[in-house]
Design a protein around this ligand. Structure first.
Ligand SMILES: O=c1nc[nH]c2c1ncn2[C@H]1C[C@H](O)[C@@H](COP(=O)(O)OP(=O)(O)OP(=O)(O)O)O1
Ligand SMILES: [Mg+2]
Length: 195
């Protein structure tokens, strides 16, 4: 079995590959199949954006496509950056700029009030119109300084209480066992009756 992963994010791709390969499921990046521009993520929720990406790439490839829309919601920032996580510091920004903005927004907030959640919505869209959806959430605390060099995005600032480490300090297997994306994927596989 083969799944087309409708993302251009290398960190997400690595995680999908690591989770799915042991189950005998091969993953291919949509970028290796078609050369089309990325769709605009105009939704106001993770689910809407995941649907936009899944539908767009399914139509472009005529294959079942799995899209992931995910991000970070920080309680003391009223849920920001939320669906804007990838463009928190502006349209053409990178992880480093986003992290700098996050640390600066939380400057006055004490550690115990820096509770946050990673959220992931997955949509698997089939050419016959069927859609399978799954969601996952992971709680953490945003720390001041980056620690660890694994993961991607906000991971080196995302402290996971149960490991007493950041998301960038744990292995990919550990991350997949507890992360928003790992949990959403487990739920999706249950719905597909693959475990
Ligand atoms: O496990 C994670 N560890 C760290 N950061 C994460 C994670 N999961 C999402 N994030 C952050 C990265 C990015 O700032 C945003 C996702 O934005 P999002 O639009 O879903 O992905 P993207 O634009 O990088 O790739 P694509 O749309 O092609 O799937 O949330
Ligand atoms: Mg995106």
């Amino acid at each position: 079995m083969k799944i087309v992963v409708a993302t251009h994010n290398k960190g997400k791709l690595r995680e999908f590959k690591a989770a799915l390969e042991p189950l005998g499921i091969e993953t291919v990046s949509v970028g290796d199949i078609v050369a089309v521009p990325e769709p605009e993520e105009t939704g106001t929720t993770f689910l809407e954006n995941a649907r936009i990406k899944a539908q767009y790439y399914m139509k472009a490839t005529q294959l079942p496509c799995l899209a992931d829309d995910s991000g970070l919601a920080v309680d003391s920032l009223g849920g920001e950056p939320g669906v804007y996580s990838a463009r928190y510091a502006g349209e053409a920004c990178d992880d480093e700029a986003n992290n700098r903005k996050l640390v600066s927004a939380l400057r006055e907030v004490p550690f115990e009030k820096r509770t946050a959640h990673y959220v992931c919505e997955l949509v698997l869209a089939y050419p016959d119109g069927r859609e399978v959806k799954a969601t996952g959430c992971c709680d953490g605390i945003i720390q001041d300084k980056p620690v660890g060099d694994g993961g991607f995005g906000y991971d080196s600032y995302f402290y996971v209480p149960q490991f007493q480490k950041t998301m960038a300090q744990i292995s990919m297997e550990e991350k997949n066992a507890i992360s928003h994306r790992g949990l959403a994927l487990q739920n999706l596989l249950q719905q597909l009756k693959i475990d």
